[in-house]
Design a protein around this ligand. Structure first.
Ligand code: BG6
Length: 378
């Protein structure tokens, strides 16, 4: 048994260390004792002891790391991020297949709520915006989305009829933990969406929905993000059920769509990677990117820009396409590439007219669209 640092992360460095520690321990043990805030520990050859800061002996709780050694290795991929991108179909398939009947406790929490506030950071925040669109559309319930670092320092208006959904891959992001504590002081119920079993966030939540994506070792979130989206869509369906907002027929139609997402993800990874590599080769020297999307693909645009910044160190901005005329259009000559997400949806035509606004700069446009629209002239 090893004692590893745990509890709530006070800073970023510590939280990253926690994520890397568990895979590092796997060749030796799966037994871990997490040290909580205000606890001290001692390991000798004979035993492990835990104390409160006043010196009172406390019994150590041995927990199991659920990940296996295989999932903490690159399995032939050149780096973890690529491996984790390729794991998405399996993760998504598993999430839908293992979606259980709505838990009674969660049903009670949702039933008594009249408002939802999502708190998260980075990629998880973008998942939260998609969640807002999905829950408002399916369950007809008001949802606000806040960056944890804003929420915790604002005069927030929440009460015991508010459900705060905290999204975090690691469950150790300091701002999100602080936001959750703030929410609890105001008597809101906290439902977390988290990947790491036993993390600080899960211990402090009233209810936990796990993303079960396995260890995400790449710093930029990939499979954990799509898993968060899937959990949010499944949750939106459940809220719709609890609130009686959708007919049984519509619910089963949505469920069928979700059950097929993993096949579509697999197809993209199989078929589209060569085209994506070509675009990357053509554009990798470009100095700045603009990502545009509408509706649920507005957060996709934000996420695309974040990924480019984090992974390629290329300045990038994500924008709601409808806002283009209120700012970015003035800079359009400066963006070397404009990535437009124009998948089929109710606002497809709106997106096309946004693309047409980029008039004289057509050669810099990259469009993400359905294959059937390949030959349509924009
Ligand atoms: C960032 C990571 O620093 O932390 C992002 O680079 C991540 O990928 C963000 O989305 C929030 O982390 P978490 O663990 O709370 O989801």
């Amino acid at each position: 048994t090893y004692m590893v640092e745990g509890g709530s992360a006070k800073n970023f460095a510590r939280c990253k260390r926690l994520m890397f520690d568990e895979p590092a321990l796997l060749p030796y043990t799966k037994n871990v004792v997490y040290v909580k805030d205000f606890q001290a520990g001692e390991i000798t050859r004979e035993k492990i002891r835990l104390f409160s800061l006043r010196g009172k002996s406390q019994s150590p709780k041995v927990e199991k790391i659920r990940w296996d050694i295989e999932s903490a290795q690159k399995s032939g991929f050149p780096h973890f991020m690529l491996k984790e991108i390729h794991e998405q179909p399996t993760v998504l398939k598993h999430l839908v297949a293992s979606a259980k009947k709505l838990d009674n406790k969660l049903a009670r929490i949702l039933k008594s709520a009249n408002k939802i506030v999502v708190v998260a950071c980075g990629t998880a925040y973008h998942a939260g915006i998609v969640g807002k669109y999905a829950i408002e559309h399916m369950a007809k319930m008001p949802v606000a989305v806040d960056l944890s670092s804003e929420f915790r320092y604002r005069s927030i208006i929440i009460d015991n009829k508010t459900v705060v959904i905290a999204i975090s891959q690691s469950g150790e992001t300091a701002d999100t933990l602080a936001a959750v504590r703030e929410a609890k002081i105001k008597n809101a119920k906290v439902v977390s969406i988290c990947n790491v079993v036993g993390s600080s966030l899960t211990r402090e939540s009233d209810f936990v929905l796990y993303t079960h994506a396995g260890p995400e070792i790449g710093v930029a979130s990939t499979k954990a993000y799509t898993a968060q989206l899937m959990v949010l869509y499944l949750l939106a369906i459940n809220i719709a059920k609890v609130k009686g907002a959708l007919s049984g027929y519509t619910i089963s139609r949505y469920q069928k769509i979700l059950a097929n997402i993993h096949n579509q993800a697999r197809l993209i990874l199989k078929k589209d990677l060569p085209a994506l590599s070509r675009v990357a080769e053509r554009h990798h020297n470009f100095g700045s990117f603009l990502f545009l999307g509408r509706n649920v693909n507005y957060p996709s645009a934000l996420e695309g820009a974040l990924k480019l910044k984090e992974i390629s160190y290329i300045p990038a901005e994500g924008y709601a396409a409808g806002e283009m005329k209120h700012g970015p259009i003035a800079l359009i000559d400066e963006y070397r590439a404009v990535v437009c997400i124009a998948v089929n949806s109710a606002i497809y035509e709106k997106m096309i007219s946004n693309i047409q606004e980029i008039k004289d700069n057509k050669e810099k446009i990259v469009i993400i669209a359905k294959e059937e629209n390949k030959h349509k002239k924009v």
